[in-house]
Design a protein around this ligand. Structure first.
Ligand SMILES: [Zn+2]
Length: 402
């Protein structure tokens, strides 16, 4: 499977200028191509082909005085920018056809965009030097902080500059089957909730860690301070940079937490089930959705690729039955409950159920996993056992056909 590996890079002042030029050229080619296509569309002409645009907007444009500077960057970077536009159109059209969630049409890029990127493929002859630097054509040898080793030789590298002014090299790498983990018995259902980040069918409730909450608190403080600064003042510019840095730190901390938790869940469980977020999202308000969905979908896709990578089972279920309306012990559906009801007694079997854990058990059961419902039951007054001691996993299924 294909995995992405990102590393911080530290370009010199000259290299930063060269990169800024590359970002700019890629952006201009993208915008020229978008304009050519939109003009053709408004005039009722056929959709211009990528090959034709490449010839016209890259090869021929380099020979004109207005676009001569396109020759200063690797042609591969410009070709890849056209491919990005193709992908943006493809996603837009697939959304219209209902093949994927709807998104807007491609938009013009701006030098003020918070993320700037250029991609080098194998054709660009980029390389990693014997001195462990990243050699990019027409840019130079960049210093990289290799925080982990690459499992195999990557074919492409994307250089990204983020809103906080940091540079990253992002590699796409093929991984082999050598990473499959030995089999384990536990299987788990996960409910992604608003009260806790995640609740497991074995009764474990997981909140976001303190380092993430602290980063979020700092971001809020920076945002408040920015809003108090006078418009157009020097202090406001400084405050804006502080907010961008705090944003980046929150994003990093969140990614770190998602990595830690997804790795732990995949290591400890043979099978992991979650609810399809598209289905789950219907039940929530727009505000809660916007705050949580981005984080959740990143986390769920980590679970998915790590399951594939380490030989575990990953199941995404649609909502067969509203998970909070069904008793996970006897299966009786006793109607919706308002959000403030966290614990209730099942009218049919008498089980006292915790809302979130009950939902997680229902997710696991809908996915056909071997979990028992007793994890969802609450016995008031008892201290909950730590996860490793809680005897909530029933006899594991024979692990054939996985
Ligand atoms: Zn019941």
């Amino acid at each position: 499977m294909q995995l992405r590996y990102s590393f911080r890079v530290y370009p010199s002042a000259g290299q930063r200028t060269a990169l800024a030029g590359a970002f700019g050229c890629a952006r201009v080619v993208y915008n020229d191509a978008l304009r050519a296509r939109e003009t053709a569309r408004s005039e009722g002409m056929p959709f211009p082909k990528t090959g034709d645009l490449s010839k016209q907007l890259i090869t021929e444009a380099k020979n004109t005085p207005e676009r001569a500077w396109l020759g200063e960057v690797s042609a591969v970077v410009l070709q890849q920018s056209l491919r990005d536009l193709d992908a943006a159109y493809r996603n837009f059209f697939d959304g219209l056809k209902g093949k994927r969630p709807r998104i807007g049409p491609p938009r013009y890029k701006s030098r003020k965009d918070t993320r700037q990127a250029v991609r080098f493929t194998a054709n660009a002859r980029w390389s990693i030097t014997p001195g462990q630097k990243l050699r990019l054509p027409k840019i130079g040898d960049l210093k990289v902080k290799w925080s982990r080793s690459l499992p195999s030789t990557p074919s492409t590298v994307t250089v990204v500059k983020d809103a906080a002014g940091r540079y990253f090299a992002s590699f796409v790498v093929e991984t082999g089957p050598e990473e499959v983990l030995p089999q384990v018995a536990p299987e788990v259902g996960i409910d992604l909730g608003l009260g806790h980040f995640a609740v497991l069918s074995d009764g474990t409730k997981i909140d976001s860690p303190r380092f993430l909450r602290r980063a979020e608190k700092r971001l809020k403080k920076a945002q408040r301070s920015l809003s108090r600064k006078e418009k157009g003042s020097k202090n406001r510019d400084k405050a804006r940079i502080r907010v961008a840095r705090a944003h980046a730190r929150v994003a990093d901390a969140r990614r770190e937490f998602h990595h830690q938790l997804s790795t732990q869940l995949i290591r400890e469980n043979q099978a992991v089930a979650v609810e399809d977020l598209a289905v789950k999202g219907l039940a929530r308000t727009r505000l809660a959705k916007s705050i949580h969905d981005a984080g959740w979908s990143a986390f769920v896709s980590m679970l998915e690729y790590k399951a594939a990578r380490y030989g575990r089972t990953f199941v995404k279920i649609g909502r067969f039955e509203p998970t909070s309306q069904v008793c996970s012990r006897c299966g009786v559906k006793d109607g919706p409950k308002p959000l403030h009801v966290r614990v209730w007694t099942c009218g049919a079997c008498g089980a006292v159920l915790d809302r979130d854990i009950n939902a997680a058990v229902n997710v696991a059961k809908a996915a056909g996993l071997a979990v028992s419902a007793c994890g969802a039951q609450v016995r008031p007054g008892l201290v909950p056992a730590p996860r490793s001691e809680a005897g909530t996993h029933s006899t594991p299924k024979p692990s054939t056909a996985r």
